[in-house]
Design a protein around this ligand. Structure first.
Ligand code: 6BB
Length: 652
């Protein structure tokens, strides 16, 4: 196993900026030397992972087995003495949650187009014997072609006897979790996924969640009751489908098979949802094999044999990335080492620092390496000390998730437990009163501690959810409860179990965070009002630009995007100075790189540090300057509030 962490990854990839953080991983933009293709690099520190290491193994094992047009592709796994790197498909559209927020809610047509892809992905995952168990908009990414890709298989389960076998580990994100899991019953993984898909469809069509509240206990109670409001804009067809998905009794819930040709999903489509893989691993693409065999000067047979080992090494990555280029109509010539200054699939590393901006394009337009897209601010600067500083932020124990052994007694929550819903601005005010719209748009800031469900000896299943078990006066999240005196079966004790002292500490921390949550709610209302008065928000999604465009002054020219706020100002320096003065007033640390400000809040006790980027840019079709914003780390909700606070404080 290689000792040097970053040296190993740099043999094969350029590393750029962080594009997201989640739980115990950070995700960076990367570029594969040989193909010039962009990739997402998920980086995990083994020591920091601790007990969560099995979760990473679960995710890697599942992703190696899954090959589908709507499942994020795993290309390469690199393990060093300290780190695990997962090199994954790049999805420049970001996640579906942010997309819903940017639009308020989706039209029925757009929701249908997305939901068909979700059904396709989930049907495929189920057909391979897996239940995902954490389906939510944050785990669906949007690729270059505006297609969805399912991510985060760390909580997935593959019951040995097949998907019809019962599972016991209760996991997922509170707002999306099925009632039978909350009740502590043994459950069928595929049925639980269908419930989460119901919550997700509701979020797409409504812009808020069906079972929601500031208090997680209330969320659970509402979920178990299964009653939700039906906004007047929902069509009878959508209402019926939601009813079929959100059936409290899992046996009455619609199955994925029925969904494939459901009338709602068939509306305006002539075919049932296509769930089979369009890219099964068994078949090798002739052209990609030829290119690799020419490149390595080896026979097609030996290259085919090497690829077919599917070691998730440089050979697998190069093959997958070539195939992806071919599918997108780009040329698939590999760059020889002398062109790249980097290692080939077989040669050792040459770590000469070189970016794709340094080298000429490989050929004509379709195969140009030099083009960078909107989200590639990365190429403008390398890793900063600030970044490393943020890297060292504490990973809370409450956020930990781990392996899913059938019979585990723990209730393991998805991390970070962030309830994120759409802007009030977009809610239908006729039907959703201001209070509830505002309440619904408030995300959950609290990471929940694990709760231990007592087991019923005779029934050999968890005792159903009982209110007295959870004392609301004690917590706003699920309070860890006492375990039964006598362990019922061998599954009960897990390596990860928290000591009582530790659990108390977790609750304590959660309560502190709970206050952050409720004050944020009030601030959010204020901020939205002031923002709506003062700012004109651009909510059109950006079409990825093929060329990096700058004005003379080094200002980037960007297209309208949901993350770009327009101003009335014409002078970028004036706007930059204004933002800097507001950041200083608000005690937000920043590093300035041209017109980009890499910002982070000071890590406070009990509060996560929020890391983000603000960039003064020029709008494509406008002389006015704007501000692009991007969250790089920390809670999405706190980030939204903070940035809106900053922007509304700027004189512009
Ligand atoms: C991934 C990705 C792939 O990201 C925060 C967590 C792939 C992310 C991406 C992006 C925005 C712009 C450009 C690329 C596999 N697992 C996780 C991944 C996790 C983050 C998603 C966004 N929310 N491309 N991108 F997200």
């Amino acid at each position: 196993m290689p000792d040097s962490n970053y040296e190993e990854i740099l043999k094969y990839y350029e590393l750029h900026e962080t594009i997201g953080t989640g739980g115990f991983a950070k995700v960076k933009l990367g570029r594969h030397h040989l193909t010039g293709e962009k990739v997402a690099i998920k980086i995990m520190d083994k020591v920091a992972l601790g007990d969560d290491l099995p979760r990473v193994k679960t995710e890697i094992d599942a992703m190696k087995n899954l090959s589908h047009q709507h499942v994020c592709r795993l290309y390469h796994v690199i393990e060093t003495s300290e780190k695990i790197f997962m090199i994954l498909e790049y999805c420049p559209g970001g996640d579906l949650f942010d997309y819903i927020v940017s639009k308020g809610r989706l039209s029925e047509e757009e929701a249908r187009a997305f939901f068909r892809q979700i059904v396709s992905a989930v049907a495929y995952v189920h057909s391979q014997g897996y239940a995902h168990r954490d389906i939510k908009p944050e785990n669906l990414l949007i690729d270059e072609e505006h297609n969805l890709k399912l991510i985060d298989f760390g909580l997935c389960a593959k019951p040995k006897g097949g998907l019809d076998y019962f599972l016991k580990t209760c996991c997922g994100s509170p707002a999306y979790v099925a009632p039978e899991l909350i009740q502590g019953k043994a459950y069928i993984g595929s049925q639980a996924d269908i419930w989460s898909m119901g919550v997700l469809l509701y979020a797409l069509l409504c812009g808020f969640l069906p079972f929601d509240d500031d208090n997680m206990m209330t969320v659970y109670r509402r979920t178990i009751r299964g009653k939700y409001t039906v906004p007047e804009w929902l069509s009878p067809g959508s209402t019926l489908l939601l009813d079929q998905l959100l059936q409290v009794d899992p046996e009455k819930r619609i199955t994925v098979e029925c969904l494939l040709s459901h009338p709602w999903l068939m509306q305006s489509y002539s075919d049932a949802v296509q769930w089979e893989s369009e890219c099964p691993l068994g078949h090798l693409d002739e052209d990609c094999v030829t290119e690799l065999s020419v490149f390595h000067n080896q026979s097609r047979e030996s290259i085919s044999a090497l690829i077919s080992e599917w070691n998730y090494d440089q050979m697998s990555a190069t093959y997958f990335l070539l195939l992806s280029k071919k599918v997108r109509g780009k040329c698939i010539h590999l760059r020889v080492p002398s062109q790249t200054g980097h290692a080939s699939t077989t040669q050792s590393a040459n770590l000469r620092a070189m970016t794709y901006e340094d080298v000429p394009d490989c050929s004509d337009v379709p195969c140009a390496f030099g083009s960078m897209e909107f989200s590639d601010a990365a190429s403008l600067f390398k890793e900063s000390p600030l970044e490393e500083f943020i890297l060292s932020t504490r990973r809370t124990k409450q956020n930990s998730r781990h392996d899913t052994q059938p019979g585990d007694m723990e209730f393991t929550l998805s991390t970070p437990v962030t309830r994120k819903v759409a802007s009030k601005k977009h809610a239908n005010k006729k039907n959703v009163n201001a209070e509830s719209a505002l309440r619904n748009e408030r995300p959950l800031v609290l990471p929940a501690p694990k709760a231990h469900f007592p087991m019923n000896q005779t029934e050999k299943q968890y005792i159903p959810f009982q209110e007295p078990i959870f004392k609301e006066s004690q917590c706003t999240t699920v309070t860890p409860i006492k375990k039964p005196e006598t362990p019922i079966n061998t599954y009960e004790t897990t390596a990860n179990e928290d000591l009582p002292e530790r659990r108390c500490h977790s609750v304590d921390l959660d309560l502190k965070l709970a206050h952050v949550g409720s004050s944020q709610k009030k601030r959010k209302a204020e901020l939205f009002r002031s923002l709506e008065r003062g700012l004109d928000k651009v909510i059109t999604m950006l079409t990825p630009s093929k060329k990096k465009r700058f004005t003379r002054a080094g200002l980037r020219k960007l297209k309208a995007h949901c993350n770009v706020t327009m101003t009335q100002l014409l002078n970028p320096d004036q706007l930059l100075n204004e933002i800097i003065s507001v950041l200083s007033k608000k005690q937000v640390e920043y590093i300035k790189k041209g017109y980009i400000l890499k910002c982070q809040t000071k890590p406070d006790f009990g509060k996560e540090s929020i890391k983000f980027e603000l960039e003064v840019c020029q709008l494509d079709k406008n002389e006015a300057v704007g501000i692009r914003r991007q969250r790089l780390g920390g809670d999405a909700w706190v980030y939204e509030s903070l940035v809106e606070d900053i922007l509304s404080s700027c004189q512009m």
